[in-house]
Design a protein around this ligand. Structure first.
Ligand code: TRP
Length: 457
């Protein structure tokens, strides 16, 4: 181990289960419950949803496997892992740039992620105050619109959420969070199922309308914009392209089967997203709300369910607690890379590094908050600050670093070793090779080009 770069002794996950939980905790977050439904709504439903599902399995899953594989080889932070693995494969150290863009991206994502995490936290309090009781679509829409205009509340909740993230990261992700995860994640799953049940029961035929909207193929809605969004979201949803999964892989023991673990994580991630869609869209149609109403979608729809179902207040409180928790297990994974880098590259200790990074991210988050109200008119390329941050990260940085990772893994690394490590027979190895060497890189490049110059829109 080289001196100086590693302050942290390189521990390993206690078990395959512990690793899977951490990876799933990072993957399952606001992306599944908040972002996926509103994107599906904006992009016209099924065309986006089906493309996203396809990308999760043919692009997301192989890249997830490869990020873990590279991380397990490198045993360091993403930047040094990329450099070291490149050098050991006889390649240029410049591959470290894939890690650098990744760290930068995680920093930018967290600045808006924390603002939305703050919304979820505020909704715990609103649910506890009984604000949703008897609410209909008009009421919840007003509530949310007023909230977006209220800079002070947004700022307070963003601060609370960022503080919680920083606090956990500064302490080191200890047993508390892992144990919490074990309770919260299944809890979230059960509550989502209950919400789907309520939506099916209370909204009658609107449930089928929602299924139709989400799953009956409607390829006419498919254009460059939607395909790029689906690709970007597959990356976002699996926490790919930011070196995060690489870092998690670096703590991984040799005996863990990467393919089967990745399959479980992808399936879990997809299930949470689909359940969220099935809980939300029946309410959208039954209450004459707009599917394409944007980032406020879940905050406008779900309170209607909580306001009108038996025991809704308690379920509402629990739901937003679980949502906040799912967001926290993702946000700590977004803060970690920058903190780790500062800790290793400067003389700051872990606490100082966490405080410095968090304050900068927090300040950037304020710009994002203002873009929902006072600065709504401040735009660049027709996008406000929130949209711009989201576009830059999800639609450019994540796919570009993903492309770098796949080209590196498929063309720069020794394929025989990868085959042994993944335990593939000749048949599957051929498919794997065609996928990783040709189909995935070509698809990403095509989608990026196509997405920048969409026809029609
Ligand atoms: N995957 C998380 C979600 O769906 C968000 C997230 C956490 C993320 N870490 C990431 C996205 C790294 C991109 C890269 O909410």
């Amino acid at each position: 181990m080289s001196t100086g770069t590693m302050k942290k002794s390189h521990s390993q996950w206690s078990s395959r289960m512990g690793f899977m939980l951490a990876a799933a905790g990072s993957a399952v977050g606001l992306g599944n419950i908040w972002k996926f439904p509103y994107m599906a709504g904006e992009m016209g439903g099924s065309a986006f949803v089906l493309t996203y599902l396809l990308f999760m399995f043919i692009i997301g899953l192989p890249i997830l496997v490869l990020e873990w594989l590279i991380g397990r080889r490198g045993q360091k932070n993403p930047i040094h892992t990329m450099q070291d693995v490149a050098v050991s494969e006889g390649r240029s150290k410049l591959w470290g740039w894939v890690g650098i863009i990744g760290v930068l991206g995680s920093f930018l994502i967290l600045s808006f992620y924390s603002v939305i995490g703050g919304w979820a936290t505020d909704y715990i309090v609103l649910a506890a105050q009984g604000t949703f009781e008897g609410a209909n679509g008009g009421i919840t829409e007003n509530l949310f619109t007023n909230f977006l205009g209220d800079v002070n509340s947004l700022l307070i909740w963003h601060t609370v959420f960022m503080f919680a993230t920083a606090f956990i990261v500064a302490l080191g992700v200890g047993a508390g969070l892992e144990r919490g995860c074990k309770i919260m994640m299944p809890g979230l799953g059960i509550l989502l199922l209950a919400l789907v049940g309520y939506a099916a029961y209370a909204s009658g035929s609107s449930f089928w309308k929602a299924c139709d909207f989400l799953f009956t193929p409607n390829w006419s809605a498919l254009n460059g914009t939607a395909i790029l969004a689906a690709l970007g979201h597959a990356f976002f949803s699996l926490s790919l392209g930011m070196g995060i999964m690489m870092a998690y892989g670096s703590y991984l023991g040799k005996d863990v089967n990467l393919l089967s673990t990745a399959r479980t994580v992808v399936i879990l991630d997809v299930i949470v997203a689909v359940l969220s869609g099935l809980a939300i869209f029946p309410l959208v149609f039954a209450n004459d709300l707009q599917p394409g109403s944007g980032p406020g979608l879940i905050f406008v729809t779900l309170p209607i369910a909580f306001g009108n179902m038996a025991g809704g207040s308690i379920l509402g409180i629990l739901f937003f607690i679980f949502l906040t928790f799912a967001a926290l297990t993702s946000s700590i994974s977004l803060l970690e890379p920058t903190v780790e880098l500062l800790e290793e590259k400067t003389h700051m200790g872990r606490k100082t590094a966490t405080i410095v990074t968090s304050i900068i991210i927090w300040a950037l988050g304020i710009a994002c908050i203002l873009s929902f109200n006072k600065w709504a008119d401040v735009t660049l390329f027709g996008k406000n600050i929130f949209d711009l941050l989201d576009y830059l990260t999800s639609k450019i940085m994540l796919p570009v670093t993903g492309l770098g990772t796949i080209i590196f893994a498929a063309w720069m690394m020794n394929q025989k070793r990868i085959r042994e490590e993944l335990n593939l027979n000749a048949f599957w190895f051929n498919i794997w090779t065609i996928l990783t060497r040709f189909i995935i890189p070509v698809a990403i490049v095509a989608i990026l080009v196509f997405g920048f110059f969409p026809e029609g829109k």
